[in-house]
Design a protein around this ligand. Sequence first.
Ligand SMILES: Nc1nc2c(c(=O)[nH]1)N[C@H]1C(S)=C(S)[C@@H](COP(=O)(O)OP(=O)(O)OC[C@H]3O[C@@H](n4cnc5c(N)ncnc54)[C@H](O)[C@@H]3O)O[C@H]1N2
Ligand code: MOO
Length: 400
Amino acid sequence: MAGLLPVAEALARVLDGAGPLPEEWLPLAEADGRVLTRDLTATRTQPPRAVSAMDGYAVRAADLPGTLPVIGESAAGRPFAGALPPGTALRIFTGAEMPEGADTVVIQEDVARQGDRVLVSISVSPGRHIRPQGLDFAAGLVGLRAGTRLDPRKLALAAAMNHARLPVHRAPRIAILSTGDELVEPGTAPGPGQIVSSNALAVATLVQREGGIATNLGICADRLDETLAAVRGARQARFDILVTSGGASVGEYDLMRDVIEHEGATLGFWKIAMRPGKPLMMADLGAMRLLGLPGNPVASFVCSTIFLLPLIRRLAGRADVETPTEDAELGVDVGPNDLRADYLRAALAWRGGRLVATPFPIQDSSMVRVLAEADALVLRAPHAAAAPAGSPCRIIRLAR
Ligand SMILES: Nc1nc2c(c(=O)[nH]1)N[C@H]1C(S)=C(S)[C@@H](COP(=O)(O)OP(=O)(O)OC[C@H]3O[C@@H](n4cnc5c(N)ncnc54)[C@H](O)[C@@H]3O)O[C@H]1N2
Ligand code: MOO
């Protein structure tokens, strides 16, 4: 089995030449998960003036302790007009502007209100319970840098800086085509020899969770004309990525390589040193990158995790492109590996403060049930030696 491309080399080719997609402007509420194309500067100062951090009374520290007439109030959004004369107090609430002249706030728990006067029997240092102007940010500050991935906290900052629309990289658009005479859509009665297609659903869901826009192109028979028509349709619709499933191997009905040839493209690669996923292929059809997934459901899912998701992250402008791995400990003995990097479906459990990954006894790449039960993939490098239970290992957590 010479000529199988190492996984790292295949990933490099999948990502090669792929850069962040062009800019679009989105309303705040639609920008979660997107990556900023430009620095975002505060258009205003927060707080715009010095404000009280507590409910109480704005006073001059020099007047305390003492009994002071309450001359008015300042509430959030309704500031007191005018300055605070010496020897007086102003009722004030959290977030309300401090009046000119006042230099401290005494909280209401520490005073006795007597009609229109307030008795303060303690001293308070100047500046107490005051948020100075610009404590959070000043106008002109770069609050969020280009390349930042937006999340709920960063969106809150963008809103506070008074941006209603944000410049972000466009989300990748991914078309998914299932090939195979044996396939019917879920909810349809399979005819003789037929099964229900499950790959496209899993891939589309992964894509959507990663922030891509998935379009399921449905099922196409194992016929060159039909498959070519579907692929050409995807090119015309200007998808960024076309993911096909099935028809990647060496049988007479495995047509994806013929399709790529008919489209005048050359294979970026075909066949990689990976289990599951050996017949994975890649090609550029003009501006659209084609990822030809093997039909076996586990191969389709694992290849999507290892190759498609990083490509989506790259197109979306993210810096964290590679699939993260973690340390764990093997829950059972595993045998020596051959030349293909292995991705063993495994259950995860915490035992005595350690994360234990236990590969399932059957690793057939057709088994959706085992895939559904798995929490993680245990990585086994090509030619890795046998490893007893308790050995350290690397894992990839599966999306749940
Ligand atoms: N002589 C060889 N045969 C095979 C090799 C090989 O190297 N030499 N590689 C094997 C490996 S590894 C894989 S993986 C599969 C990949 O085959 P294809 O990509 O051509 O996929 P199909 O033949 O179309 O289907 C394989 C299997 O998966 C089922 N399938 C396909 N699509 C779906 C779907 N959308 N949902 C659920 N199940 C699907 C299909 O019915 C087949 O059972 O090739 C090996 N053969
Ligand atoms: O790569 Mo295949 O997925 O081993 O079955």
